[in-house]
Design a protein around this ligand. Structure first.
Ligand code: HEC
Length: 109
């Protein structure tokens, strides 16, 4: 029993040591899952019924990836066409994290 407790404490300590490195990523992950998945799908494909209906492009495609960080941030902040503006809801810092998150989507396949 004692050994069991020691193991749990050790595992907990390890988690705390590793998580700061993952924090930025999981932060964006959470924001994306809360605000974007409805239209863009978890994998960025836009293959959800809503994404298809609104013609959301595949965020992993060259067409999207070749756009600059500034251009992508602007679409997220100000919206475009049927893409809602998130500037009032998501702070600039987090928009930057989302752009990095979108950049990483093609590698997730
Ligand atoms: C209501 C559905 C909807 C939601 C929610 C949504 N989007 Fe979009 N998004 C779209 C559509 C539709 C487009 C295509 C806009 C157009 O006509 O150019 C788009 C375009 C984009 C683009 C530009 C890519 C391109 O088409 O060139 C980015 C980047 C993007 N969205 C990111 C996000 C992020 C990040 C979130 C969450 C914070 C989000 N979107 C939430 C529907 C949505």
């Amino acid at each position: 029993m004692r050994e069991f407790v020691v193991r749990i404490v050790l595992a907990g300590t390890l988690c705390c040591l590793v998580s700061p490195a993952l924090y930025a990523q999981s932060d964006a992950d959470k924001i994306y899952k809360t605000n974007c998945v409805l239209c863009h799908s978890a994998d960025g494909s836009g293959g959800s019924p809503t994404g298809k209906a609104l013609h959301a492009k595949d965020l992993r495609s060259d067409e999207v990836q070749k756009q600059s960080d500034t251009a992508l941030s602007e679409v997220i902040t100000k919206g475009r066409g049927k893409m809602p503006a998130f500037g009032a809801k998501i702070k600039a810092d987090d928009v930057t994290k989302l752009v990095a998150y979108i950049r990483a989507l093609p590698n997730k396949k």
